[in-house]
Design a protein around this ligand. Structure first.
Ligand code: SF4
Ligand code: SF4
Length: 216
């Protein structure tokens, strides 16, 4: 079913054109809290499991105070670096949500409110950036799992692993299948929808064609 896009466009067309647009409803062209909830609920569940597991490990003596401090500072520091600097550059700076010059913050379903630290780059991600992104997201999901394994909290490890798998599956079907950052290695949008969208975004179309992309 076609959806009315209420806020501004991520393409060349007017907002009023969204209702009759061929990709309307097939891409997340505007912020919708439902998309954010689908994306973030498994992540929040995994973080709650992490906090409970760390608290439990601390109470039963499997985690001492120095380890608690080192892990907390290290992991939170990594998250800030990953979202605000690293992923911001290699993934988000290529996204049409990053294109609005007057916005200092990204307003998308996944990273709403993240500061735009880099210049918008409409070209597709490079191979190096794709590899970096996969490494970065593996660390993001894998560090809590490694902690639980190292301190022997196998039930928390199992629950976290299941939640991580649920996140990847739900992201694949509910988010990556409609995300307008097409060159992300996890992106799952069909080529015909990508081509239809590029026909509506002259800046991205030129940058993609310059990199050898062929629109059917
Ligand atoms: S591609 Fe453009 S016109 Fe079409 S639904 Fe998205 S924002 Fe609207
Ligand atoms: S939709 Fe994804 S790639 Fe685009 S700005 Fe948001 S988090 Fe970054």
């Amino acid at each position: 079913m076609k959806e009315r896009t209420l806020s501004r466009n991520i393409c060349d067309a007017n907002n009023s054109d969204c209702v009759k647009c061929s990709v309307n409803g097939k891409l997340m062209c505007t912020f919708n809290i439902k998309d954010t909830l689908y994306f973030i609920l498994p992540v929040i569940s995994a973080w709650i499991t992490l906090i409970l597991g760390i608290a439990y490990g601390f109470v039963i003596g499997k985690i001492n105070l120095p380890i608690l401090i080192i892990f907390s500072v290290g992991y939170i520091g990594y998250l800030i670096f990953f979202f605000q600097v690293w992923e911001n550059k290699m993934l988000c700076s290529h996204c049409p949500y990053y294109a609005f010059e007057n916005d200092r913050y990204v307003k998308c379903y996944a990273n709403y409110g993240i500061h735009k630290a880099w210049k918008y780059n409409p070209a597709p991600m490079t191979t190096s950036e794709k590899v970096q992104f996969l490494i970065g997201i593996t660390l993001f999901a894998g560090i809590p799992l490694i902690l639980f394994l190292m301190i022997g909290l196998y039930i928390y490890f199992g629950v976290s692993l299941i939640l991580t798998i649920i996140w990847l599956i739900s992201m694949h079907f509910l988010s990556c299948s409609k995300c307008p950052n097409f060159s992300c290695p996890l992106n799952n949008v069909s080529k015909d929808v990508v081509d239809e969208y590029l026909k509506l975004n002259s800046v991205m179309r030129k940058a993609w064609k310059d990199q050898g992309y062929i629109i059917d």
